[in-house]
Design a protein around this ligand. Structure first.
Ligand SMILES: Cc1cc2nc3c(=O)[nH]c(=O)nc-3n(C[C@H](O)[C@H](O)[C@H](O)COP(=O)(O)OP(=O)(O)OC[C@H]3O[C@@H](n4cnc5c(N)ncnc54)[C@H](O)[C@@H]3O)c2cc1C
Length: 453
């Protein structure tokens, strides 16, 4: 099998056993991977696997465990225990010889004669310095402050639960304690945001929970986008046919300010009602106020702090990269790669895609260590199941290839190349089913096992 065929045809699982021949001869090089989430853990594993352990890999993470966002909506509804989200890196250490360091990367600068890059890791008062020829940044996202009516400079103390952990269980507890006639208000930021179908999935499983447990309660979904951004058919069908009685979906609602009290589940949110004019520009038609017994505001987000502080992000808040290698395109940052949600590409911000992008990045790094160019037209696939209730789920899949942008000759981007829906650029389930709900569990376990072992 040649290298082109290898990259074109294989998915996540099947790449596991292969080591590209071109990189077997690579001399010992050092790579520091920053962030052990869906993208970073994959990168650390495959740098070792595909180099036949000839590359020295240190994985740094602020946390002592990884808490998966995937499946966290079903922890919010209490269907699954929070432990279903917990993963660690011990298998990457044991099976692949990845070096693990607990701490926060606070600086990446020129390493002088000791290495291309010097990476500073801080934990309490302990500072560790690492040197590497390449650095892979996979820090995920940081959330913008929610504008508060009480004090515009302060973040409003409302939950997003868009990074799984204590906010997830806090939101679960707020939902469980909500009055039976209460209103749950969920706000969705403008795309691009982490996990395009995720907020609609949360809306559905919360509506399902309310239907089964609090028959007088409702959920209001305030979407800054003009329409559902992913799995449009499935979610619009669910919103009207399954939850027409207790879910109101309002597109074109952009959060202006929030009023809430720390430690309290409710509050109120003021939104601008925005429509597009014929030229595609936003026009504000007025404002609306929504009161909530449980307020769940997902703020706009951008690449994680280390990407911001190193000057790797552009005005979008994410890091522009060469899609063949995920290497930063910012001048003076050669050898720093940004993968996962923090990168700016036309790929969706999703865990499965983070896993795929990490492999493309690893292949490019190993080629660079052998003085080869990155593969010109890599492919990445994306698969995702979305629960619509406690028993049925939908799914979404797409295959992307890095190629000339059909809409902008000369520019390159990831383009969906399979049978796609014109609206979403992806294929989705014709109808949700209990069978898909059960396959969702298998898909989740496979993806997480593939990433963390
Ligand atoms: C509710 C919800 C549901 C979702 N469902 C799906 C789904 O069904 N399918 C799917 O594919 N995706 C899903 N996603 C999206 C998916 O979780 C993200 O796209 C994915 O986690 C991004 O991976 P990442 O590696 O970029 O970031 P993360 O997974 O967030 O990992 C970032 C890591 O970096 C560490 N870190 C950050 N900064 C530093 C630093 N300076 N030093 C050291 N460590 C650092 C953090 O501690 C963290 O461990 C969902 C997301 C949400 C919120």
């Amino acid at each position: 099998m040649n290298r082109r065929h290898f990259l074109d045809t294989l998915g996540a699982g099947s790449l596991l056993a292969l080591a590209p021949t071109a990189v077997r001869a690579a001399a010992l090089k050092r790579v520091v991977v920053v962030g052990g989430g869906m993208a970073g853990a994959t990168a650390a594993k495959y740098l070792r696997l595909w180099s036949n352990k000839t590359v020295d890999v240190t994985l740094v993470d602020t946390s002592t465990k990884y808490v998966s966002n995937i499946m966290s909506n079903l922890v919010v509804t209490g269907q699954y225990a929070p432990t279903i989200l917990d993963y660690g890196w011990s298998n990457l250490v044991k099976s692949h010889g990845v070096k693990l360091l607990n701490g926060t990367v606070t600086q990446v600068e020129s390493g002088g004669s000791l290495g291309t890059w010097k990476v500073t890791v801080t934990k309490g008062s302990t500072v560790t310095v690492l040197y590497a020829e390449r650095v892979v940044l996979a820090p995920g996202v940081k959330f913008d402050a929610v504008p508060s009516t009480d004090n515009a400079a302060l973040a409003a103390p409302v939950l997003h639960a868009w990074e799984a952990g204590t906010q997830t269980t806090q939101l679960r507890d707020y939902l469980a304690a909500m009055p039976s006639s209460g209103t749950f208000v969920l706000t969705i930021p403008k795309a691009p945001y982490r996990c395009p179908p995720g907020p609609y999935e949360r809306a559905c499983v919360v509506a399902d929970y309310l239907k089964r447990n609090k028959s007088g309660a409702q959920i209001v979904v305030l979407d800054a986008n003009q329409d559902i951004t992913a799995e449009r058919e499935s979610f619009s069908h669910a919103f009207t046919m399954m939850y027409g009685g207790n879910l109101s979906y309002r597109p074109g609602r952009v959060v202006k300010s929030v009023s809430s009290t720390a430690g309290q589940p409710g509050g109120s949110v003021v939104v601008d009602v925005v429509v597009k004019d014929v030229g595609g520009q936003d026009v504000v038609m007025g404002t609306e106020v929504y009161d909530a017994q449980v307020l769940n505001v997902i703020p706009p987000h951008r690449a994680g702090s280390i990407v911001q502080s190193l000057g790797l992000a552009d005005a979008s808040g994410f890091a522009p990269v060469d899609g063949r290698s995920f290497e930063s395109t910012v001048a003076g940052k050669k050898g720093i790669h940004v993968i996962g949600d923090a990168s700016k590409t036309s790929l969706p911000k999703a865990g499965h895609v983070g896993n795929q992008g990490a492999k493309i990045c690893v292949d490019a790094i190993l080629r660079a260590f052998s003085a080869q160019d990155p593969y010109a037209t890599p492919t990445a696939n994306s698969a995702c199941y979305s629960p619509l209730s406690n028993t049925i789920a939908s799914w979404l899949t797409a295959v992307y290839q890095y190629q000339q942008d059909p809409a902008s000759p000369g520019a390159w981007k990831y383009v969906a190349i399979d049978q796609v829906s014109a609206a979403t650029g992806a294929t989705e389930a014709r109808s949700p089913s209990t069978g898909s709900f059960s396959k969702m569990g298998t898909w989740y376990k496979s993806l997480m096992t593939e990433t963390f072992t």
